[in-house]
Design a protein around this ligand. Sequence first.
Ligand code: NDP
Ligand code: OXD
Length: 309
Amino acid sequence: MVKLVFHSDIDYLEDWLPPLRRLLPELDAKKSADVSDPASIDVALIWTPPPRIEQYCNLKAILSLGAGVDQLDLKKLPKGVPLARLKDPSLTEGMKAYCMLAVLRYHRDFHIYERFSREGGPWRFDLPKPAAKRRIGILGLGELGASIASHLASAGFAVAGWARTPRQIPGVTTHHGWERLDALAAGSDILINLLPLTAETEGILSRKLFSQMPEGSYLINVGRGRHLIEDDLLVALRSGQLSGATLDVFRKEPLPPDHPFWREPNILITPHVATSANPETAAQQVVQNIERALRGETLLNQVDRDRGY
Ligand code: NDP
Ligand code: OXD
């Protein structure tokens, strides 16, 4: 019998249990609220840490329910327990669709036609720009960023990306290191953030970065809310330095009803739905990692806890 604790306020054990049990019939999985003996638990499958995580003193692995792990607050997790994040085709497929939709909305001026439709006109248009003349910059070229970059490049856009270390992606111009961030920003008519939240990347979407982007450009933030300095975005939008922002992630979620973003005309808000893992496919990686953890092996997609992603 393998004992697993499940903890999340956005995912349901009822969705995960059938595909997990199909692959691992001897699994005994409980929600954190139903665990009476934390010391008996082998593995944690969690979005955020369960209450009293320090009492789960025999954990062999912590498995994130997300691609990101910052929400687990790495410093507070028990030391020495390996941590893995999710990589799954369902996550990539959802993010590709979201980013393509958000890019096309700006590229084909739908954000302007939405306003004209609400306001009763005018009947006015600009001729569409060819995709090859629309420069898309992507911060983060990992599992998601690299796929989104290739997807947009194959749709004809001029795509560039930025990572920490050198990356090669056919059809995509790549930059790496802080000294190349200005070049990426200066060539981004639309900038997509797909970085993990770490001590280094927190606050990267700032006045400084916006001032390096072309006047009238757009931001799409699907990374994390703490990548963005919120007041700097409002200043950039109100001055016209940026023309619009599509935001899926926020410092505080749900976004409070009195937050100024709700009333900013050039911000489109989505409630952290850019993508999510489908338990039917992602269960395979979870079970492989449970088996690896029990054998004392390195996990698939194991997180470097010092690096933060
Ligand atoms: P990966 O870990 O696969 O990729 C991270 C990328 O960011 C890598 O290319 C990495 O560079 C780069 N990076 C990290 N730190 C730096 C730095 N200091 N400077 C420059 N580049 C850096 O992550 P994923 O692609 O799987 O996911 C990215 C993020 O997307 C997640 O962490 C999560 O926050 C967010 N996300 C949001 C979702 C939503 O619904 N809104 C859903 C899923 C994920 P290198 O290649 O050199 O290591
Ligand atoms: C994730 C997310 O990190 O949904 O997977 O944000």
